[in-house]
Design a protein around this ligand. Structure first.
Ligand SMILES: *[C@@H]1O[C@H](CO)[C@@H](O)[C@H](O)[C@H]1NC(C)=O
Ligand SMILES: *[C@@H]1O[C@H](CO)[C@@H](O)[C@H](O)[C@H]1NC(C)=O
Length: 343
């Protein structure tokens, strides 16, 4: 976020203080703070449960029930939830953690065959048996100001936890912004198999901006068959490939900063390292290379950039505000994760 737009946003919040509590939609027809593919796409802006009367859920069972179905709904979360199973939100849903943010522990969220979902100010932690969040065959999603956390250890290995935020099966028009991803091995997989070309090709348009990725293994993100616009992210300490583009996938990478021990910032080479895909042979898994395009200057630090193919995704098809590279680290650190938005 540019400082000018930050000042504007703060101003807007002050103005909004006298407005009805939690009515964050009345400021305009657009969703405030949203940019990228979840805003500008052929279907229309992501608005979640806009227009619905907000409810607050206080127990995990209530939460599991409240998110289901396709009628518009705005669901506020408060405190900590330990659900007995995965959340399965239907279409036209907004899930918002109040105040300092709400946390869902042990079980994650699956968005399957849905459209128009917003999830903000929610921590998703220590999910086992499946991904933290999994988005399948779902259009228009905004994941913003969330925090994803598990544990990274060489003893547990890459498969103890699954992905943190996996986006698969022709999902499309998604923005992932201002999130804090940390302490995890396989972070964000886009397109989960090279044999799903027919399913995925032409989909998987995702904007990743102003996220903080720290102490992770791989996949920040790793994309197949789609287009990901990756700007103004802060990367710190990745064991293997941070951004990986393969199987004809295209990434547009701009204004990102890489610090700490991150050997490989960006790689389009189709060889999936064994640690990324441990179910394959120890030699890794060979597939077609991807494409990478560099937009506004990145600060790759000491990290390797291995671009085997430059593609034609050289410009994002929408307006967005690029934070100057010098300010990226500070702006991202100050704005990511929970408790940073007024809810
Ligand atoms: C999602 O849609 C596919 C294709 O129509 C269908 O086979 C599958 O059962 C659906 N899954 C769920 C969980 O609704
Ligand atoms: C970079 O790409 C080349 C193929 O052009 C490959 O031989 C090499 O192993 C790659 N390096 C990494 C770190 O992936």
């Amino acid at each position: 976020m540019k400082l000018t737009s930050l000042a504007f946003a703060l101003n807007a919040f002050n103005l909004a203080a006298a407005w009805p509590t939690f009515d964050i939609w009345s400021r305009g027809s657009k969703t405030p703070g949203l940019e990228g593919f979840a805003l500008d796409n052929p279907i229309g802006p992501t608005t979640g449960g806009k227009g619905a009367k907000p409810i607050t859920v206080t127990s995990a069972d209530e939460l599991l029930t409240a998110v289901r179905g396709d009628t518009p709904k705005i669901i506020y979360l408060e405190g900590e939830y330990h659900p007995s199973g995965r959340l399965r939100p239907g279409s036209h849903t907004t899930i918002l953690g109040k105040g300092k943010g709400a946390n869902i522990i042990g079980e994650g969220i699956s968005l399957i065959n849905a459209t128009n979902v917003i999830i903000r100010n929610v921590g998703i932690r220590f999910v086992t048996g499946d991904d933290g969040m999994n988005i399948q065959n779902t259009m228009r999603v905004w994941v913003d100001h969330c925090e994803f956390e598990s544990q990274i250890s060489l003893e547990l290995g890459p498969d103890y936890y699954d992905g943190q935020l996996d986006i698969v099966r022709a999902s499309d028009w998604i923005t992932v912004s201002n999130n804090y991803f940390h302490d995890h091995w396989k972070v964000s997989l886009v397109g989960n198999s090279d044999v799903l070309r027919e399913v995925d090709i032409g989909h998987l348009h995702i904007t990743y901006h102003h996220n903080y990725w720290r102490n992770l293994g791989t996949r920040g993100p790793a994309g197949r068959f789609g287009h990901q616009h990756i700007y103004n992210n802060l990367y710190e300490d990745f064991l293997y490939q941070a951004i990986h583009s393969r199987s004809d996938n295209q990434v547009l990478v701009e204004g990102n900063k890489f610090i700490g021990n991150t050997p490989i910032a960006l790689d389009t080479y189709g060889l999936v390292i064994p640690e990324d895909s441990p179910n394959t042979c120890v030699c890794g898994d060979e597939e077609l290379d991807g494409f990478a395009n560099l937009g506004a200057k990145n600060d790759f630090g000491k990290s390797l950039v291995n671009i085997t193919q430059v593609g034609d995704f050289t410009k994002a098809p929408y307006k967005y505000s690029l934070t100057p590279l010098k300010k990226v680290e500070k702006v991202v650190r100050e704005n990511v994760g929970l408790g940073k938005i007024k809810v």
